[in-house]
Design a protein around this ligand. Structure first.
Ligand SMILES: Cc1cc2nc3c(=O)[nH]c(=O)nc-3n(C[C@H](O)[C@H](O)[C@H](O)COP(=O)(O)OP(=O)(O)OC[C@H]3O[C@@H](n4cnc5c(N)ncnc54)[C@H](O)[C@@H]3O)c2cc1C
Length: 393
């Protein structure tokens, strides 16, 4: 008898698992994505829209209705409740039941938690705001530019650093280097804390060598647009002329209300099978047939930090989950695992990117190798965009 796999959230992870499942399963089985947005874009494209290297919307955004594989069903609805025991999903368009659930609802942005953010800062993680940021950068002729992170964790730990490096490169190439100052404010102790002190020092040097001024351990509490100032928890403030921020991230409310999250704010997830954990110490799992994918998953590493939230991990996790669901449906042994490995590309400007390869399950701490910026690194990052043509017409 045909089975139904419900994929909650049609972002990078959800689309990836849907396509893999369709490759494995016959037409008697249903693959259904429940996604509230009718448009899809990849996070890395935001940086290139900011610089003007990509045009919005044509280069970067696709309509969900243009999903190439017509055998993937898209339910355009909001998930409003999850009954984990009997795999029922409540949506704005009614209740739907599945034999397997893949929860890939990502992180939600809570911009309102920083008073003054939405009125005064460009949101690097919101494509429509980035389109306006591009215009602002075009007209900007001098002054102090601040890139800031509101809280941790946030998607793609290098992204705000990439934004600062790209902005520096843009103004330098316009002959305006002497007219601007680029600052980064973040509550983190160092860039990419999960990589350990050596990686942090290397990335810090990379940005400081370019004249970018780094202010770690600064948590913004409010922004005053009249004074053009940011205020921080430790009592200090900073003046800005152009402000670009990463808002607070949290799991979508529906996942919290379903009782799936723990003290990390996300769903405790088995590092290899991507099943929901009942015990983070012993790695015992619960809720058979339910899998967690991408940014919504809290995977605790051996150094007690969380696996970074990145699309490249979501894709690898999707591969393991799809393989295991397909095996279970066929009555075969399911033994695909996510191995905690991933490659990211850090845009450094001037058409270059550094390649960072990570083995996040290495003992006693993640093993990360960051190469010098190269044209090849940049090209490899651009390859990520091929997903748009793979998934959409
Ligand atoms: C500026 C920027 C640069 C980045 N660069 C990189 C990079 O270079 N490499 C990399 O690997 N990653 C990068 N990322 C991170 C990457 O985009 C995320 O890690 C990835 O999108 C995670 O996939 P996901 O499926 O878990 O979540 P998402 O892609 O966020 O998808 C979640 C989906 O769930 C939907 N949803 C949420 N709640 C509901 C609900 N209640 N009902 C229905 N639908 C719902 C959302 O609309 C969304 O479509 C970047 C991100 C940004 C913002």
């Amino acid at each position: 008898m045909g089975k139904t796999i419900l994929i909650l959230g049609g972002g990078w992870g959800g689309l990836s698992v849907a396509h893999r499942l369709r490759g494995y399963l016959g037409q008697e089985h249903r693959v259904v994505i429940i996604e509230k947005n009718d448009k899809f874009s990849l996070g890395p494209s935001n940086l290139w829209v900011m610089t003007g290297d990509r045009q919005y919307p044509g280069d970067v955004e696709r309509s969900m209705s243009r999903l190439l594989r017509k055998d993937i069903e898209w339910l355009h609805a909001e998930v409003t409740g999850i009954e984990t025991e009997n795999k029922k999903v409540h949506t704005s368009k009614g209740i739907i039941s599945g034999d397997y659930l893949v929860i890939s609802l990502g992180s939600e942005l809570y911009t309102e938690e920083v008073p003054g953010f939405s009125e005064n800062a460009y949101n690097l993680y919101d494509l429509s705001s980035v389109v306006r940021l591009h215009e602002a950068i075009q007209q900007f002729t001098g002054g102090k530019i601040i890139v800031f992170c509101s809280s941790t964790p946030f998607r793609c730990p290098p992204a705000p650093y990439e934004a600062a490096l790209l902005i520096e490169s843009l103004f330098r190439n316009r002959g305006l280097k002497d007219k601007i100052e680029v600052h980064i404010y973040t509550p983190e102790k160092q860039p990419m804390p999960v990589g350990g002190p050596k990686i942090g020092a290397m990335l810090r040097q990379m940005i400081e060598n370019r004249g970018i001024i780094y202010h770690p351990e600064h948590k913004v509490i409010r922004i005053d647009g009249t004074l053009r100032k940011m205020f921080f928890q430790d009592g200090i403030d900073a003046k800005y002329d152009l402000l670009i921020g990463v808002p607070p991230h949290r799991a979508p409310r529906v996942v919290v209300e379903a009782g799936l999250t723990d003290s990390t704010g996300y769903i405790p997830t088995h590092p290899q099978t991507m099943r929901v954990l009942s015990n983070v110490e012993t790695l015992e799992t619960k809720l058979p047939g339910i899998y967690v994918l991408g940014d919504i998953a809290a995977i605790t590493l051996l150094n007690s930090m969380l696996l970074p939230k990145a699309g490249v991990f979501a894709e690898e996790q999707a591969s393991a989950i799809a393989g295991n669901i397909a095996a279970l449906i066929r009555g075969e042994e399911s033994n695909k695992v996510f191995d905690g490995k991933g490659i990211c590309y850090i845009e450094t400007g001037d058409g270059m990117a550094s390649t960072g390869s990570g083995e996040f399950y290495a003992y006693p701490e993640p093993r990360i190798l960051i190469e010098s910026p190269s044209k090849e690194g940049h090209k490899a990052k651009e390859e990520l965009e091929k997903l748009l043509t793979t998934w959409f017409a």
